[in-house]
Each structure stands twice: as structure tokens, then as C-alpha cells.
Design a protein around this ligand. Structure first.
Ligand code: NDP
Length: 450
């Protein structure tokens, strides 16, 4: 899609000029601006209120130093970030990522995307993201704890249950959230729902751990039913990654009667023609924190593939990229299409390159972008905030039913928005438009506040 609307074109040029050297942020904004053009043309009030200029600029971006001591007493310095992108529809909300690839561009792209995703859930949450270039791999429990405590010693100034509620993301799971929560409580002297993804013993929600992966399957199931009276049952699925999102996507896929053929990590992939044994993956990844290669050593008939991307060369019906940004490139997309894939849904954030998305869309593959497809995680985080405020907790069945309902309603919103603006079946545009409209209307209503 090209840029044809003069206002959008001008904002795009301004954006590129102001954000040089930020490729991920540019990629995310580029896609959104292109797909918002028909909306801008039919809503002059958005230009009058400079909505696009305001939307692409984070409300606040904090960068801070995180000093910490390793087990030998050596001092290390990492960078911490919190990008509070947009608070038009609720307190800032978005995960924390601890990974060596974290930088300002990655944080801004994730915070920007989060704004639309949170809007799609229908829950009152603004967009944010944060994290650090700290690498948790190979660190002891005590080192992780000291890092989290130092990180929170600065971050606590900017967050709060009604201000900004971080959660986990890559490298930040239940253990890290526990250490972060403990330090926040100590610094502020208050027990509030300031973080989500908490343990069940101190204010966490049932189904939060499973939410992103389960939600991904709920929306894929809804899309297949809606577009083809079809279902996930009996389908062959490949899932990249073997972290939180991938594992629980696989769990729900298997429980719906699909066969998961392959999973991966950053060093390689495993292919099991008999269907991946998730019990073995969980032991390797959740308990032993080992490489996925071990799976092929333990499960007869399975095979190790040296390159993670080779997973996309396996013939399958559905592909679920659940690892990291830009992991699914044009070559992988071509291989999937040639092998007859019928649907691709993004569990990770922006895992498909723009070229890959283009290939899927022009081949008529049903493609669900991350903003819609992986919104289940933040949706249950929103439900966790709700439960913390009520000081009353729902059963797993209740949370799961609400999650399913939210994912199905997201599909309806993005399908209808795409159709209303003349792009039926284009769920990328549908997600951007539906997510945008609610935020833009709230920004107009609140005047030139941010
Ligand atoms: P985890 O850290 O739990 O898992 C990430 C997984 O991806 C690991 O198995 C990792 O392997 C693997 N991986 C990393 N890079 C590659 C690569 N290039 N090729 C193949 N595998 C790779 O993270 P999450 O599961 O929490 O997050 C995954 C994605 O989902 C991220 O994009 C995140 O932003 C997104 N997301 C997560 C949500 C959540 O609730 N957790 C919510 C919404 C989105 P290794 O161990 O080798 O690094």
C-alpha cells in the first residue's frame, strides 16, 4: 500500500526525520499510517486535532541506569527503559522485556503497537512498554533478584496501579515479576496491583500464564469458523519459539485436536512428525532451561533442524510465529505459501517482515497480525487489574471464558473495520483502524492534553 493522503504523507516524512536510526519503530509506524489513510479521509476532525502527530510521539520516555552486583561482587551497568506511549483510554499498560537486543527503537515500536492492541481488547488500558538490555540467560537467581531490585529502585517513580501497570514479556516471567513487586512494595510501602503476571499467592490471576497462547488459538478458531466454517481440529501447525507464548499456544492447539509438528528456539528447531510432545518441551524449557535440541535426543522419530527458520519449510496448514520480531522473512513466507498454508497468526510482536505480510496477503492467506492475535495476554492482565481492585478473584473457568469472549470480539471488530473501509479480509488494516478509532476519539474528546 502506498501513501496517497497528503496529511498522512506529511506526518510520515516528519516522523522519519525525527526518528532516524530506529528501524523497528519506523516499520511499525509505517504500517499503521498506510492503513489509516481511508479513516483520515473520512474524519477531518482527526487532522484538525493533529491526532497523527500526537499519536506517533510517546507521552513520556524514560531511560535510566541500572547498576547491579554479580555473585563475584563485580559491578555491571545496564540500561532501563519505560516508554509511556498513550494514556487516552486508560492507565499505561505494557510488558517489560529483558533481552540484549532491547534499545530505544525496539521499546518505542512495542509501546506504539501496545496502544492499538490494548484498545482492541475493549478494556481501559493505555499503551506502554519497558525493559532493559540485561540478559537473564546464565544468571543465578540471586543475580536476577539484585538486577530486578535495582531496576525497580528507579522505575517505581514512574508507575502505580492507576498510573502505569507493567507486566512480563521476553525474559520477564513469574520469578522476575515477584522480585519487581517485592521491591516496589518496599519502596512505596503499599500493596497494590502495580504489576500484572503476579503469582497466585499475591494477587495474580488464574490463566494469565496461558493467556497469550490460548487467546491466539481462540482468535484463529473464530477466524476459521467465520471465514470457512472450518476449525483448528485436525490441522497441522508449526509454532516458532518455545517460550511462554509458544508453549501455551501449543497446549491449546493440541487440546483442540490439532497436531503441532514443530517448535524452535533461537538456536534451532525440532520437527516431530508424530506431533510434538508438550510434556517433554515443558520439562526442557520450564524446568531445565535447556536448548530445544535436547528434544530430538529424547524423543525417537523427531529431528533437529540447525536453523530456527527451517521450521517454516515444513508443510503445514497453520503457522504461528511466537518467538520475536522479524523472524519470519520473505523466503519463509514463500515456503509456507508454496506448501499450502491456509492461515498465519502472530503470537509474537511483529514477527513477520513487511515483505512476508505482503506475500501472505497477495496469496489470499488469512493473516492475523499481532495487535489482534496476541492481545489475550494483555487482556487477562486487564482482568488481573480488575480482580486486584475488587480484591476478589475469579475461577480459571471464569477467566478463560472472558478471554475467549474478548478474542472473539476482537476478531469481529477487526473484520468489520476492514470491511467498513473497503478492505474486507485485510485484518492488518482492520486491526489498525479499529484500535485507532477508539484512541483517536478519546484524544479528541479530551482536548489538546497530550
Ligand atoms: P519468552 O522469552 O518466554 O520466549 C521467547 C522464545 O522465542 C524463546 O523460546 C526463544 O528462544 C525464542 N526465540 C527468540 N529469538 C528467536 C528466533 N530468532 N528464532 C526462533 N526462536 C527464537 O518470550 P514470550 O513467549 O513471552 O514472548 C514471545 C513473543 O510474544 C515476543 O514477541 C513478545 O513480545 C510477545 N508477546 C508476549 C506476551 C506474553 O504474555 N508473554 C504477550 C504478547 C506478546 P531462546 O530461549 O533461545 O532465546
Amino acid at each position: 500500500m502506498t501513501l496517497y493522503n497528503p496529511y498522512v504523507k506529511r506526518i510520515h516524512e516528519l516522523f522519519i526525520e525525527k526518528n532516524p536510526g530506529e528501524p523497528e519503530f519506523q516499520q511499525a509506524v509505517d504500517e499503521v499510517l498506510k492503513s489509516l489513510q481511508p479513516v483520515i479521509e473520512s474524519h477531518p476532525e482527526f487532522e484538525e486535532n493533529a491526532i497523527l502527530e500526537r499519536l506517533i510521539e510517546p507521552e513520556r520516555a524514560v531511560r535510566f541506569k541500572v547498576p547491579w552486583l554479580d555473585d563475584e561482587g563485580k559491578v555491571h551497568i545496564n540500561r532501563g527503559y519505560r516508554i509511556q506511549f498513550n494514556s487516552a483510554i486508560g492507565p499505561y499498560k505494557g510488558g517489560l522485556r529483558f533481552h540484549p537486543t532491547v534499545n530505544g527503537s525496539v521499546m518505542q515500536f512495542l509501546g506504539f503497537e501496545q496502544t492499538f492492541k490494548n484498545s482492541l481488547t475493549g478494556l481501559p488500558m493505555g499503551g506502554a512498554k519497558g525493559g532493559s538490555d540485561f540478559d537473564p540467560k546464565g544468571k543465578s537467581d540471586r543475580e536476577i533478584m539484585r538486577f530486578c531490585q535495582s531496576f525497580m529502585t528507579e522505575l517505581y517513580k514512574y508507575i502505580g496501579a492507576d498510573v502505569d501497570v507493567p507486566a512480563g514479556d521476553i525474559g520477564v516471567g513469574g520469578r522476575e515479576i515477584g522480585y519487581l513487586f517485592g521491591q516496589y512494595k518496599r519502596m512505596k510501602g503499599e500493596f497494590t496491583g502495580v504489576l500484572t503476571g503476579k503469582g497466585l499467592s499475591y494477587g495474580g490471576s488464574l490463566i494469565r500464564k496461558e493467556a497469550t497462547g490460548y487467546g491466539l488459538l481462540y482468535i484463529v478458531e473464530k477466524m476459521l469458523k467465520d471465514t470457512a466454517e472450518d476449525s483448528v481440529t485436525g490441522k497441522r501447525i508449526v509454532i516458532s519459539g518455545s517460550g511462554n507464548v509458544a508453549i501455551y499456544a501449543a497446549e491449546k492447539a493440541i487440546s483442540l485436536g490439532a497436531k503441532v509438528l514443530a517448535m524452535s528456539d533461537s538456536s534451532g528447531a525440532v520437527y516431530d512428525p508424530n506431533g510434538i510432545r508438550l510434556d517433554v518441551i515443558k520439562v526442557i524449557k520450564e524446568q531445565e532451561h535447556a536448548r530445544i535440541k535436547v528434544y530430538a535426543e529424547r524423543v525417537p522419530g523427531s529431528q533437529y533442524l540447525e536453523n530456527s527458520k527451517d521450521l517454516y519449510r515444513i508443510p503445514c496448514d497453520i503457522a504461528l510465529p511466537c518467538a520475536t520480531q522479524n523472524e519470519l522473512d520473505a523466503d519463509s513466507a514463500r515456503a509456507l505459501v508454496a506448501n499450502g498454508v491456509i492461515a498465519v497468526a502472530e503470537g509474537a510482536n511483529m514477527p513477520s517482515t513487511p515483505e512476508a505480510v505482503e506475500i501472505f496477503q497477495s496469496a489470499g492467506i488469512r493473516f492475523l497480525p499481532a495487535k489482534a492475535a496476541n492481545a489475550g495476554g494483555v487482556a487477562v492482565s486487564g482482568l488481573e487489574m480488575c480482580q486486584d481492585s475488587m480484591r476478589f478473584f475469579w475461577t480459571a473457568e471464569e477467566v478463560d471464558a472472558k478471554l475467549k469472549n474478548i478474542m472473539e470480539s476482537i476478531f469481529v471488530k477487526i473484520r468489520d473495520a476492514a470491511a467498513a473501509y473497503g478492505m474486507p479480509g485485510d485484518y492488518v488494516s482492520g486491526s489498525n483502524i479499529a484500535g485507532f478509532l477508539k484512541v483517536a476519539e478519546a484524544m479528541v474528546a479530551q482536548g489538546i492534553a497530550y
